[in-house]
Design a protein around this ligand. Structure first.
Ligand code: HGY
Ligand code: MN
Ligand code: MN
Ligand code: MN
Length: 409
């Protein structure tokens, strides 16, 4: 039996190969959840899982878990993330954590090491939430915090439901949900922000994930002629949407601290240059590390909507698409990550996660930790997303030693 060793080249080859699936201009990939490209990505990763000798299980929401037997039976130590992407996805967001998990398995296989407890590598359905809200959908269902029926009924921005698409791509699995509770869960992920890169730190020890509030705002006015309708007689849903976007930015700046606010998606109807819009539909993304502050931001948004109703005489309806309170990971799990990273001679710093992750859902059911590696210039959800190969390898080395300690390797 030898010492298991991460092969950075092999990991890089798998990242590059998966990035070819749904490849887009600039080196990124677009594999929106449950679309044809996601199916192709799933098929490729499941093939790798089988080649590595994992027992591949697909559950009722399409989560895929590859299990490596241990010396004893029972709950596995699990690692994993997601392989669905946003429409302008980079090649590392989510994919890196899943493929680093497979690299850990390959290293153990090569070294002939059998951990005491089983090891599992998972990818969860629809982490991004950009086609079907909410995000982290599969991991919520796995952890029991979202009912399967509600998830299957979620309708995408392009029409079909999650249930219809799962059946269409052949990933409506038989394994029951909620899934078996792991002994522990560790997610390796790129930071997607600028902190580690700016400070020259190798490993982020993630202590918490900030709260997330997604709201769909539907503004209804009156379509009218752009040339003949006096300004005082308009019910302009387009103007109200523009005013709302400005208010969303202002409320983040006024609240300060960790508050961030984004309107990333907007639709106008009829969306014609010479017609006053009768309807505008937008998505508002509010986040804060502090729950009370996030509630304050939501209250400010509601007040702005009231003002817009009065000012323009438009009707405004809202629908919550996702709402997660901030999550804190078990301190002893963060300390474990820190200890292993330092033992490998890597620099570390503790930090919150600005992005949502599947780990925040698993944290409700088992001891959970996250490991970050630097994102160059903090760029993510953008094809220019990049992490240096030596950091990709370093993160996988930390994952290997942490998983071996947790699983009794
Ligand atoms: O929105 C997020 O933070 C994650 O990428 N789903
Ligand atoms: Mn991600
Ligand atoms: Mn993402
Ligand atoms: Mn470095």
């Amino acid at each position: 039996m030898n010492t298991p060793r991460i092969d950075g080249e092999r990991l890089a080859r798998r990242i590059a190969r998966l990035a070819e699936v749904g490849a887009i201009e600039g080196g990124g990939c677009a594999r929106l959840a449950l679309g044809d490209a996601d199916r192709a990505g799933r098929d490729l990763v499941c093939g790798w899982m089988r080649e590595l000798g994992l027992d591949v299980r697909v559950d009722a929401i399409g989560n895929v878990v590859g299990v490596r037997a241990g010396r004893v039976d029972g709950a596995p130590v699990m690692t994993g993330s997601h392989i669905d992407t946003v429409g302008t996805g980079g090649r590392y967001d989510g994919n890196y954590g899943v493929l680093a998990g497979l690299e850990v398995v390959a290293a153990l296989n090569d070294a002939g090491v059998r951990t005491e407890h089983p090891l599992a590598v998972a990818f969860f359905t629809n982490e991004e939430g950009v086609r079907f809200a909410p995000d982290m959908m599969g991991s919520q269902v796995y952890a029991g915090s979202l009912a399967l029926g509600e998830a299957l009924a979620a309708r995408g921005i392009d029409g079909p439901t999650v249930g219809e698409e799962l059946a269409r791509i052949g990933y409506a699995g038989a394994a029951p949900v909620p899934g078996p509770v792991p002994r522990a869960f560790v997610e390796l992920h790129i930071e997607q922000g600028p902190v580690l890169d700016r400070e020259g730190v190798d490993i982020g020890v993630v202590e918490s994930v900030q709260g997330i509030s997604w709201t769909e705002v539907d503004i209804r006015g009156t379509a009218n002629h752009a040339g003949t309708t006096p300004m005082a007689l308009r019910r302009d849903a387009g103007w109200a949407a523009g005013a709302l976007i400005a208010c969303v930015r202002e409320l983040a700046l006024e609240l300060g601290g960790s508050q961030v606010a984004t309107v990333g998606r907007i639709e106008f109807f009829p969306n014609l240059i010479n017609v006053v819009p009768r309807q505008a539909r937008l998505g508002v993304d509010l986040r804060n590390t502090d729950e009370a502050q996030l509630q304050l931001a939501e209250a400010r948004l509601a007040a702005h909507l009231e003002n817009l109703r009065a000012a323009e005489g438009v009707d405004i309806a809202t629908r919550s698409l996702a709402r997660f309170a901030p999550v804190r990971f078990a301190p002893e799990m963060a300390a474990r990550i820190e200890r292993h990273a330092r033992a490998l001679g890597l620099s570390t710093r503790r930090m919150p996660s600005g992005a949502g992750h599947d780990a925040q859902m698993l944290a409700a059911v088992c001891p959970t930790a996250m490991i970050f590696v630097p994102s160059v210039e903090g760029i993510s959800h953008n094809v220019r997303e990049f992490t240096h190969p030596h950091h990709l390898e370093a993160g996988a080395r930390v994952l290997l030693t942490v998983l071996c300690e947790l699983a009794g390797g």
